[in-house]
Design a protein around this ligand. Structure first.
Ligand SMILES: NC(=O)c1ccc[n+]([C@@H]2O[C@H](COP(=O)([O-])OP(=O)(O)OC[C@H]3O[C@@H](n4cnc5c(N)ncnc54)[C@H](O)[C@@H]3O)[C@@H](O)[C@H]2O)c1
Length: 255
């Protein structure tokens, strides 16, 4: 018996490190279908191959998660094809190079808030709409960050967006608790993904200094460690967990 047996699952940012690992694990844990959303078609197709290799169905949806029409069309397409959405992992996100707070450009602020916060709102809005319409007691997990509870210096916009994801998640959890829809967020520490290493597995100077400060082991986390939390939060084993912010950083913020 797998943790995602028979589930219809959505994953955004599915072409990237954490999203790909989660999509793969949902499939390994028995998902019937994993719908993969990303703006990068090639990487999303690679994830689809991984999902299908585990015996699950996969569909690839290429769009920008900040565009409401596209988000709504994505969610509606999956429900039209698969009948419902059981689980959604709203995970797409971006990072920017660090800059001092007083030098942060308005354009950078706007882009960061659009991708890392507004997209989560849009995805939740349409996923919940469909869960209510189909009478599905679904589970939604949003990717925040350690920067959702502690500041990331040089990243006021990333910090603000990731803090706000927690509030958005809790608000939805409280509004839909009576419908059986659970909403939680994950706050990863520093994870070995293309976002952090540009696909090289090697950190830049600033990121290496940050890792030394926040990691108890000095090692990056692996995407599979975050995927495990996402898949568990969506499973029946986590049915007592709702509106929570789960820090998955190896104990970094305990230091
Ligand atoms: N890597 C880390 O150390 C770390 C730590 C904490 C939180 N996070 C969060 O985890 C999530 C996943 O990050 P990752 O490290 O796997 O990064 P990644 O860059 O490997 O993957 C992110 C994916 O999101 C997609 N994406 C970005 N903007 C998009 C948009 N507007 N529309 C559609 N797709 C879009 C990218 O194409 C990419 O495939 C992000 O929300 C990130 O903020 C990452």
């Amino acid at each position: 018996m797998g943790m995602a047996d028979g589930r219809v699952v959505l994953v955004t940012g599915a072409g990237g490190g954490i999203g790909r690992a989660a999509a793969g694990l949902f499939a390994e844990e028995g998902a019937a279908h994993v719908a993969l959303a990303d703006r990068d078609e090639a990487t999303a197709n690679d994830t689809a191959d991984l999902v299908r290799a585990s015996g699950a169905g996969a569909s690839v949806h290429v769009f920008d998660v900040t565009d409401e029409q596209s988000v709504a069309a994505f969610v509606d397409r999956v429900v039209a094809d698969q009948g419902r959405i059981d689980s959604a992992f709203n995970n797409a996100g971006i990072s920017h190079p660090s800059v001092p707070f007083h030098e942060l450009a308005r354009e950078a602020w706007d882009e960061m808030l659009e991708v890392n916060l507004t997209s989560v709102f849009l995805c939740m809005k349409h996923e919940i709409r469909q869960m209510l319409d189909t009478g599905t007691a679904g589970a939604i997990v949003n990717t925040s960050s350690g920067a959702g509870v502690v500041p990331a210096p040089g990243q006021p916009h990333y910090t603000a967006a990731k803090h706000a994801v927690l509030g958005l998640t809790r608000c939805a959890a409280s509004e839909y608790v009576k419908s059986g829809i659970r909403c939680n967020s994950i706050l990863p520490g520093m994870v070995d993904t293309p976002m952090l290493t540009g696909g090289t597995g090697v950190l830049g100077e600033r990121a290496a200094a940050l890792l030394a400060r926040v990691s108890p082991t000095g090692e990056l986390l692996q995407p599979a460690q975050i995927a495990a939390v996402a898949v568990w939060l969506c499973s029946d084993s986590a049915d007592a967990v709702n509106g929570q912010a789960i820090v998955a950083d190896g104990g970094g913020i305990m230091r």
